[in-house]
Every structure is written in structure tokens, then in C-alpha cells.
Write a new protein. Sequence first.
Length: 122
Amino acid sequence: MESDSQYSLLVGMAYLFNTMFGTGILALPRAFASGGWLVSTVTLLSSVALSYVTVTFLIEVIACACGKTAGSEETREGKERITPADMVKENIAMADKNAGADEWKERKALIEVSWTGKEKIC
């Protein structure tokens, strides 16, 4: 016997949510109730801190990868080429607006050294 039964839209959405976020997010209320407020809050904040550090490292790696390939790729329009020197100039201009003088001197030196080829940072 074949069954033509299908899941309803609500059940399908619940399965999709569970697949994307995993069962951990659905278990948080029970974990808070059984673990207590202090332990649960400390554990959750520790997880947030570790996630932030991981995302920061990932962004730095992506930026280094983009910096290494930017000199060889063309822009989407194909009209001008992006060179490492152009990227350094843009980074210096943006960082001058956002960073303090002492902090930016260190960053500028690192960026210039990384593009001169004497020493590779990324």
C-alpha cells in the first residue's frame, strides 16, 4: 500500500528550522531551567565570547585571502584592475578616519611591510 500523506507546511517549517539551527537551540529553555540562572548565563556568555573570537579570526583570514588575490583579479565591470597598492591606499584612508594616531602607526607599518614583499603578514 502506498501512502500519499505529506507533511503539512507547519511541520515542514519545523523540520527546516530544526535542520538549520540544530536541536541545541530548541533545548536552551530546558537547559536554563535545569542548570540555574548563574551557571546557564555564564555558559551562554562564554559561548558568545568564543563565537566572537572565531568570527574575528575568520574575517582576518578572509581579508588576507582577498589581499593576496586582489592584484590578479579584475573588477566586475572589467574596466580597471585592483592592485595591492590601491588596496593599501584605501585601507590607509579608511583607517585614518577610524583609528587613533598611535594605533594606526602600527597598522600602517604592518600593511606596508606586507605589500613590499620583505615580510609576509598574511
